[in-house]
Design a protein around this ligand. Structure first.
Ligand SMILES: [Zn+2]
Length: 125
């Protein structure tokens, strides 16, 4: 295994050149990746907090129990046929050309038709 501290020291000691530029580029990419991960972790923590608040409201106002929640989590998980801890988005076909639409794009990549959301979660996945 390569020790990153030794590798970094060797690159720095070489005085730059192509290896130095490449190492700086890799460092910049690593910094950007760390920043993106930190941002995602903050959003994830916020989502957990909001979900916990919503759940405590439902328990208090509706009298739901932890077992009710666990049962519903399993039901939603199984909706796609697999108990895998994920709520997969079903395949969506274009309303105009009937081709499979990308979940990452609001419009059909083939004909440009706008994807019609069928759920409040469609644009969140
Ligand atoms: Zn289309």
């Amino acid at each position: 295994m390569i020790n990153p501290f030794l590798f970094g020291a060797a690159v720095t000691a070489s005085g730059g050149g192509a290896a130095g530029v490449s190492a700086k580029h890799a460092e910049a990419n690593a910094d950007r990746a760390r920043s993106e991960v930190q941002h995602i972790e903050q959003r994830f923590d916020r989502l957990i907090l909001v979900n916990m608040a919503l759940w405590s409201l439902l328990q208090e106002k509706m009298g739901l129990t932890e077992q009710d929640l666990l049962d519903r989590v399993q039901e939603v998980d199984l909706a796609d046929g697999q108990l895998d801890g994920k709520a997969r988005k079903p395949v969506v076909k274009c309303p105009d050309c009937d081709r499979v639409m990308s979940s990452r794009h609001k419009r059909c990549l083939y004909c440009g038709a706008e994807r019609l959301d069928h759920s409040a979660f469609d644009s969140a996945r």
